[in-house]
Design a binder for this molecule. Structure first.
Ligand code: HEM
Length: 364
């Protein structure tokens, strides 16, 4: 039989096995329509775990029996195999996504009801150490597991996110910490109703010798010049910096971590453009308190902004982008997705062979 005919048989057999396989694997065998649509827009190939919808539907009956038999053999050899037979080429990243998403649902007693924000922050702090000149830092390595990086002031509290992901790592030992932490951020954003964040695995863990020096992450007490210095070092422009800062729609400051206190928005576990709306539309005043200098909203005094956040409306160039995102959530989501993929991939030596996944959310 020609190899084309064999492939056709396997595709048909895969359709027979698809309902079961969907629960077992997200290996990039098939691309969903929506993923293709996004791929077409960006020039990349995207995959999800959805089974193919097209293909041969007119096989003669006599071939059908053969197809099912071959399908069973193919299915056993690949997707149907037990964990002991696990083959690295069938790493199931959607299964890891689902496990993180379920853990997020089950552990709703943390902070404002979700570990999501702190997972996003872990992924960002793992990536945000990148230096484009030396090529050091970035998410490849997961060096925050080690001292001195784990003890850097900016990383206070991220132990909660790292510990949250430990049972997932135990269940899927084949995934590197570096890939897992980024997948944690991707899952958290999507499960908190944010945009789809295309994900490429391929990061490898490194040891403590690759820890980056302290001071590579932004200092919240400083203004626009400092923010630009930090993010230009990673290779971002002004528009991208503002888009990234929109993540402060999520989560809160903790006096026990940074000394600062409070959330930026009224819905800190839902991804929105509210951070930008509030920056523009609320009146911000210095909070009078026995803590580091921060702003509070004049009306309710229940929200906060850091000096580094207020820099986005003090600086004219930054402010134009803040206004753009405050006016249009779709534009913000599109730009945020693009720029956070860039952040998460800084310094990661991907090859052409690295597939890109677009994961289904748990409720989808
Ligand atoms: C100007 C740059 C930035 C500064 C100065 C800054 C500063 C801070 C500070 C001080 C906290 C509070 C930490 C705590 O007390 O637990 C925080 C939290 C957070 N940051 Fe940023 N950040 C910046 C950019 C970003 C970026 C680029 C992202 C993601 C793309 C991000 C995502 C978050 C999230 C999600 C939280 C909430 C964490 C939680 O609730 O535990 N931040 N940030």
């Amino acid at each position: 039989m020609s190899s084309a005919a064999t492939r056709q048989m396997f595709r048909a057999a895969a359709r027979v096995a698809a309902p079961a396989r969907r629960n077992l694997s997200s290996a990039p065998l098939a691309a969903s329509r929506s993923a293709f649509r996004q791929g077409a827009n960006s020039g990349r190939r995207y995959y999800s775990s959805e089974a193919p919808k097209s293909g041969s539907s007119s096989l003669p009956i006599w071939l059908g029996a053969g197809v099912v038999g071959a399908g069973a053999a193919y299915y056993y050899l690949t997707q149907g195999a037990e964990a002991k037979d696990f083959k690295p080429e069938f790493k199931d990243f959607q299964a890891v996504y689902n496990e993180i998403a379920k853990a997020l649902q089950e552990n709703d007693d943390y902070d404002d009801g979700s570990y999501g924000p702190v997972l996003v922050r872990l992924a960002w702090h793992a990536s945000g150490t990148y230096d484009k000149v030396t090529g050091t830092g970035g998410s490849n390595g997961a060096t925050m597991r080690f001292d001195p990086e784990s003890s850097h002031g900016a990383n206070a509290g991220l132990i909660n996110a790292r510990n949250f992901l430990e049972p997932i790592k135990a269940k899927f030992p084949w995934i590197s910490y570096s890939d897992l932490w980024i997948l944690g951020g991707v899952t958290a954003i999507q499960e908190m109703q944010g945009p789809k964040i295309p994900y490429r695995p391929g990061r490898l863990d490194r040891d403590f010798t690759s820890c980056t020096p302290d001071g590579r992450l932004p200092d919240a007490a400083q203004g626009a010049d400092h923010v630009r210095n930090i993010f230009y070092r990673m290779g971002f422009n002004d528009q991208e910096i503002v888009a990234l800062a929109g993540a402060h729609a999520l989560g809160r400051c903790h006096t026990s971590n940074s000394g600062f206190d409070g959330p930026w928005t009224f819905s800190p576990t839902v991804m929105t453009n509210d951070y930008f709306k509030l920056l523009i539309n609320s009146k911000w005043q210095w909070r009078k308190w026995d803590g580091p200098k921060q702003y509070e909203d004049k009306e309710t005094k229940s929200l906060m902004m850091l000096p580094a956040d207020i820099a986005f409306i003090q600086d004219k160039t930054f402010k134009q982008t803040v206004e753009k995102y405050a006016a249009d959530n779709d534009v913000f989501f599109k730009d945020f997705s693009a720029v956070i993929v860039k952040l998460f991939e800084l310094g990661v030596p991907f090859t052409e062979a690295n597939p890109t996944y677009v994961f289904k959310t748990l409720e989808q």
